[in-house]
Design a binder for this molecule. Sequence first.
Ligand SMILES: Cc1cc2nc3c(=O)[nH]c(=O)nc-3n(C[C@H](O)[C@H](O)[C@H](O)COP(=O)(O)OP(=O)(O)OC[C@H]3O[C@@H](n4cnc5c(N)ncnc54)[C@H](O)[C@@H]3O)c2cc1C
Length: 398
Amino acid sequence: MASTYDIVVVGGGPAGLAAAQSTAKAGARVILFEKDEAIAHSVRTSGVSWIDSMESLGIPSSLYNPIANYRFVSPSNDVMISGSTPRSCVLDVRATYQHLAFLAAEAGATIMVRSNVINIAKEGSRVTGVKASTPAGDMEVKCPLVIDASGFSTSAGRKAGLAGEWRRYGVGAEYECYCDHADSLTWTLMVGQQYSEAGYAWVFPLSKNRVRIGVGIGRPESQADPLDKLHAVLEKKLKPLDALGKIQPVELHYGFIPNEGPRQVSVADGLLMVGDSAGQSNPLVLEGVRYAIEFGRLAGEVGARSLTHNASKESLADYEKAWKARVAAKIASALKVQSRWIGLSDGEWDKEIEILRDMSADEFIDFIKADFTAAKMMKLAFHHPKLAARQLFNMVLK
Ligand SMILES: Cc1cc2nc3c(=O)[nH]c(=O)nc-3n(C[C@H](O)[C@H](O)[C@H](O)COP(=O)(O)OP(=O)(O)OC[C@H]3O[C@@H](n4cnc5c(N)ncnc54)[C@H](O)[C@@H]3O)c2cc1C
């Protein structure tokens, strides 16, 4: 089966769905292929985000659980930062992505599920379309622009020779669980060897009876399987799981996230990469959903405009310029903090989380979101009562 569209979007995660909506809204004929049998069939994220970002992206508050308090547990320390109002949130991931899919459909995008993009077509160095295996048979689609929103795999970008394999990345395993009693306003990060040799573990509540409990591990620093580690944490009911009462997993999530900063190049003739395929996530806590939606919309707008120039690399350059101006410096600073954190021993973690004790909830949120403005970091670097903290914030400033 052969057909033509203006734009093909590869992948129905937050980046692809947002891109499909904005390209369709701009009047382009767009088709999105998602390899799983439903949008958000396989959840690959823990869904922590920030309420101000969700509000500015127009995500309804009914799709997330608000969080006001942030707790850190290390082998011999326990720090709680309490906020007066919720600023973070845990998304109902499936409902949020389906909401984005409905927005794209309403705008006029065609969405095909259980449809795997298995190859791209090229004329010279220009990408000219894709081949997809769909429930209606194999499809060859010709188009001036392919938007690669395939996440970690970067399927189209790698086939086009624009992107290589990620060398540094995180791998995470998580159970969504029933529990007897969680504090629905508090999320917890756990650090130290018993939780993760190179990363952290987490408890993220969706309500007082529903939590996501997971373990993330950085490659290449550790080759451990996060699922083995997660089973050990659950079996031993390590703190703070000991306070949750009965824990019964009902869903398993597993995923990979790139962790080496932005791709050097995210556009080529007839091709654009967005979301995890472009390396747009915040490496401090490996969160990328808000950027995937924001830059997905941007990619769609610039992509639709570029059609009058046959989606040349030059006509897509504004997209790359804009997203890098917005996040490249933040990601670079976050990578510095991460390189300090990745090698900490249990004893060092006990001291490191002590730094957080003297931060207000607002200061903490700016920091963990990688919202490092020079003024904010300077204030922390000069006024924090602890020397180790002043060193940390100075390192971010340099
Ligand atoms: C364990 C873990 C925990 C995380 N926790 C958080 C968090 O708490 N908060 C946060 O903001 N971020 C978190 N992230 C990161 C977040 O998940 C990503 O940044 C975000 O999902 C990126 O969105 P995306 O649309 O680029 O890619 P994805 O969400 O990965 O979507 C890509 C889609 O493309 C599809 N696809 C791939 N190849 C093809 C193909 N060839 N043909 C058709 N379809 C294809 C996939 O099936 C998938 O649906 C986490 C990541 C991991 C791994």
